[in-house]
Design a protein around this ligand. Structure first.
Ligand SMILES: NC(=O)c1ccc[n+]([C@@H]2O[C@H](COP(=O)([O-])OP(=O)(O)OC[C@H]3O[C@@H](n4cnc5c(N)ncnc54)[C@H](OP(=O)(O)O)[C@@H]3O)[C@@H](O)[C@H]2O)c1
Length: 213
């Protein structure tokens, strides 16, 4: 697939390298390709960097890996090239302005994914992978669960197929982007779990009780 990854932090880098390594044609969107290329963590990368403007042109899939506070501005820069595209939204609405642990800039009755869906009504937004650290996204912890939420069934299938190609076996789909509220509200617990577990390398496993006979 031709995949545009928007975002140059650890998530964008990890996914872009993994996707390119898996044979996908990957381009990474950033506000300034020159400044990003000069950053140490990008110095030995052979990934293609491009300005955000129009970076989704011709893409089969677009990945949003931008900071929560920057997501709407970043996607605004990407602009009309997002129309009709499947957008895998990994972002979280984390607000670090009052330090750590962060709070959520949107919650309960709305979510960042829904804000994105409203701002880009022609784009098919699918929320997934936001509930785990970057290294786990491409290297699932066996037996754990990944959620996929979005309004468009075909878009969810595109994302689910990609996740299976990473090795994910236990997927739970939500047929509405509204479910992203819950997926994003996992983050306040996630950051506290990281504190007590002493590692970001963990994930949820959803287990149901057998129905009584
Ligand atoms: N870190 C993790 O393991 C993890 C796990 C799950 C979900 N997430 C979520 O994934 C997203 C990416 O996380 P990250 O840690 O990789 O990176 P990050 O530091 O949260 O975000 C970096 C990206 O955001 C862009 N950005 C920041 N402010 C912007 C603005 N005002 N306008 C346009 N673009 C802006 C930057 O653009 P430039 O390239 O131009 O600098 C850069 O590409 C976040 O929403 C995070 O909550 C992270």
């Amino acid at each position: 697939m031709r995949i545009s990854v928007i975002g140059t932090g650890v998530v964008g880098r990890t996914l872009a390298h993994g996707l390119a390594g898996g044979g996908h044609d990957v381009v990474v969107g950033t506000r300034s390709p020159d400044e990003t290329a000069a950053r140490e963590e990008w110095s030995d990368s052979n990934l293609r960097l491009a300005p955000m403007e129009g970076v989704a042109d011709g893409a089969d899939l677009v990945v949003n890996a931008t900071s929560g506070v920057g997501t709407l501005e970043a996607l605004g820069r990407v602009g009309p090239s997002l129309d009709g595209k499947v957008l895998l939204d990994i972002s979280n609405p984390l607000d670090f302005s009052r330090g750590f642990p962060p709070t959520l800039s949107v919650k309960d009755t709305d979510s960042l994914a829904e804000q994105v869906q409203r701002a880009f009504p022609e784009t098919r937004v699918v929320k997934s992978l936001n509930m785990m650290t970057a290294s786990v996204m491409l290297d699932p912890i066996p037996g754990t669960t990944v959620f996929v939420a979005g309004n468009d069934a075909e878009a969810r299938r595109t994302v689910a197929d990609l996740l299976r190609s990473f090795g994910w076996e236990h997927l739970i789909e939500f047929p509405s982007i509204e479910a992203a509220r819950g997926l994003e509200m996992w983050l306040p617990l996630w950051v506290r779990l990281m504190g007590v577990l002493g590692t970001p390398e963990f994930n949820l496993r959803i287990v149901t009780r057998e129905a009584p006979a």
